[in-house]
Every structure is written in structure tokens, then in C-alpha cells.
Ligand binder design. Structure first.
Ligand SMILES: C[S@@+](CC[C@H](N)C(=O)[O-])C[C@H]1O[C@@H](n2cnc3c(N)ncnc32)[C@H](O)[C@@H]1O
Length: 231
């Protein structure tokens, strides 16, 4: 088994370990660009009554969609209860009522067609089987509903790639290791981004899962991409 896949089996524990430093590192290491990416992602959402936020983590995307009125009600699912505990506290502080469910995105405990919209920010890359996760998103979405996904991608321009590779290979794992005091988590992040698909290839996975009208939009020189598709 490849090391990246081995690590994926422990993904829930990995995020449990870094949960307390996750938000600070996210915003710090991305120079707050991640906030802008989530805002753009929410802007691409079609307003929906009940949204499922897959891999909700510390709930930043959920908070943004509720704040912008893109969802009336949100349910989140995640493998890490420590990440969700932080998300729950943030939602409570903002008087937002969100349902948090501990579970695997690849086998979700929800009925078919039970949500008006599905979202996922920086979660898909961590699935041990991407197609299984996307098929589950398709299954729980109502016909006509939209899936909106934000994920890391890989810059297309060569000189940007050089800077990107340096940052992801050296700067990010080093700062991540020092701040989170976890030896492996941020090395995993680097490996998981590089070994993941993006753009047309990711859109094809959405299509294969049953979705149609797949669109994608790259952000910040291709470092991240927003995908939308319809059931
Ligand atoms: C990088 S964090 C993203 C969290 C949040 N969506 C955000 O935008 O900050 C990835 C999250 O995906 C969760 N995750 C990874 N694989 C999962 C799976 N198979 N099922 C549910 N959650 C998963 C992790 O526990 C973690 O909280």
C-alpha cells in the first residue's frame, strides 16, 4: 500500500490531533486566502433549504453559507469529532443551529434524496475512495440539487509551480509541524494535494458519479478550484 493511502486510513485521528491549531494554521499559512476561497465557493451555491456540508471540519464553510443566506439549515458530517467540537463551539457562539454527525462521507447515514444541496470544502482529497464519496453525495442529494466542492489543485504555470512546490514541500510542513506539534499531518497535506486529481479529471469523476452540468473555476493561479454540478 502506498504511504499516502496508509495515512488515509487514520484520517479521522490525524484531524483530531491537529484540530486545536487547524483554523489558525489554515488562515496563517494561506495568508487568509482560504477565507476568500470559501466566500467565492458560497457565492457559487444555489440557495437551498437544507444543505449537507460533507467533511464539515471546524464549520467555516457552513458558517459562511448560513451568514450569506445560501442555506436555511445545515447538517455536517465528519470523521473527526475534535474538528467538529471546535465547529460546534463556533456555531454556538454565532447562535447558528447546525447538526453535526460523526460519520464517513463514503457511507453516509442519510436517506436517498434527503438534502437540497451538498457542499464539501477540502474534504474530497482525503477520501480513501473518491468515487465512493462522490456517489454518496449524489445519492443523498435531491434531483435538481447542486453539489459545490472546493478543493486544492495544481497551478498550470511552470514558474508558479516551482514556488508552489517549494512552499508545499518545505515551508508548509515545517511551520505545520512546529505549530501543530504533529510530525506527519502537514507532510500528509503536501502529499495528498500532489497525488490528487483536479480540473477536467475531477469533473470527470463527478460525471461518473452521475452528476451533470459539471463546471469548474480555478482560484488564485490554480492553487484551488471550485466545482459545481447538478443531480
Ligand atoms: C482539510 S479539513 C476541511 C474542513 C472544512 N471543510 C474546511 O473547509 O476547513 C478535512 C476534513 O475532512 C474530514 N474527512 C476526511 N475524510 C473524511 C471522510 N471520509 N468522511 C468524513 N469526513 C472526512 C476530516 O476529518 C477533516 O475534518
Amino acid at each position: 500500500m502506498q504511504p499516502v493511502l496508509e495515512e488515509k486510513q487514520h484520517i479521522g485521528q490525524l484531524f483530531d490531533r491537529i484540530a486545536s491549531t487547524y483554523d489558525g494554521l489554515n488562515h496563517g499559512l494561506s495568508l487568509n486566502i482560504d477565507r476568500r476561497w470559501r466566500r467565492k465557493t458560497v457565492a457559487r451555491m444555489v440557495p437551498a433549504k437544507h444543505v449537507l456540508d460533507v467533511a464539515i471540519g471546524t464549520a467555516d464553510l457552513t458558517i459562511e453559507m448560513l451568514r450569506r443566506g445560501k442555506a436555511e439549515q445545515v447538517t455536517g458530517i465528519d470523521l473527526s469529532d475534535q474538528m467538529m467540537a471546535i465547529g460546534e463551539k463556533k456555531c454556538e457562539a454565532k447562535h447558528l443551529s447546525v447538526e453535526f454527525v460523526l460519520g464517513n462521507a463514503q457511507h453516509m447515514p442519510f436517506d436517498d434524496a434527503s438534502f437540497d444541496g451538498v457542499t464539501c470544502a477540502f474534504g474530497c482529497r482525503n477520501f480513501s475512495d473518491l468515487d465512493e464519496g462522490l456517489r454518496e453525495m449524489y445519492r443523498v442529494l435531491k434531483p435538481g440539487g447542486q453539489v459545490t466542492i472546493l478543493e486544492f489543485s495544481y497551478p498550470t504555470r511552470r514558474y508558479i509551480r516551482v514556488l508552489y512546490d517549494f512552499y508545499f514541500t518545505h515551508v508548509l510542513p515545517t511551520i505545520g509541524r512546529i505549530v501543530s506539534r504533529d510530525k506527519t499531518a502537514y507532510t500528509y497535506l503536501n502529499k495528498s494535494v500532489k497525488s490528487f486529481c483536479w480540473g477536467e479529471a475531477f469533473a470527470q469523476h463527478l460525471h461518473d458519479a452521475g452528476f451533470s452540468n459539471e463546471h469548474f473555476e480555478t482560484l488564485t493561479l490554480g492553487i484551488a478550484t471550485i466545482y459545481t454540478a447538478i443531480k
